[in-house]
Design a protein around this ligand. Sequence first.
Ligand code: SF4
Ligand code: SF4
Length: 219
Amino acid sequence: MSVQETAQTVRVEIARQKYRQLLVLIDQDVARVRAHPAVRPCPATCRDCCQSGALLPLAPLELEPMLDALERFPAALQRAVLERAAQAAWRLEAAGIAPETAAIDPLGEASALLDDRPEGRCPFLIGGVCSVYPDRPPICRVWGAPLWNGRSVDCCPKTCREKAFAVRDAVDYLDYWQKVRLLSESFGNATKEPMAFLLLRRWKERGHPLPWEEPTPSG
Ligand code: SF4
Ligand code: SF4
C-alpha cells in the first residue's frame, strides 16, 4: 500500500469514528429538544417517516453503520432488505430516472412512482420496525423534534402541533449536516444518493454479491 493509500485509509477510519461520535451528540441534543413540554412523543404505531425511505438522500458515510449492521443480519433478512432496494431501483431505472435525478426529484416523478408501493418504503423497515435503529442516519434521529433549517423551525405536525418554537428550542439540523458533509469529504464522497441506489452500490463495493447474482454450486 502506498503512503497516499495509507493516509486515505486513516482519514476514512477517523471520519467513521467521528461520525459515530456525532451521532451520540445528535441523540443527546434531540433528547434535550424533545423534553420540551410542547413536544409530543411519536405515536407508537406511526411509521410515516419511513414510508418513502427508498428515496431518502444519504451521503455514503451515513450508510456505513447501516451496512455494518446489514453484514451481521441473517441471510434471509439481508436478502429481504436488498430485494426491496433493488425493486425500487429497478422501477426508477425502468422509467429512465437516474440516481442523481431521484436524489433531488425536481418534478416529483420518482416519488410518484414509488408512492404507496412496498418498495417505496425504507429497505430497512422490516415488519414495521427499523432494523438498524441504533445505526440510523441523522435525519431519522432528528425527525419528530422541532428542526432549525437555517430559515425556519419545522416540525412534524403530529409531534409539535400547537407551538411556534424558538431556534434555541430546536435541533440545528443544518449545522449537523455541515458536520456530516465535512466528514463525508474526508471519507471520500459527500454526494447524497437515494438510499435504494446507494445501498446496492455500496453493498457491491464492499465485495458482496447481490443474493440473486450469487453463482449456484455446480454438480
Ligand atoms: S433507517 Fe430506520 S428510521 Fe430511517 S427511514 Fe429507514 S426504517 Fe425508518
Ligand atoms: S416524526 Fe411524525 S411522521 Fe415520523 S414517526 Fe414521528 S409522528 Fe410519525
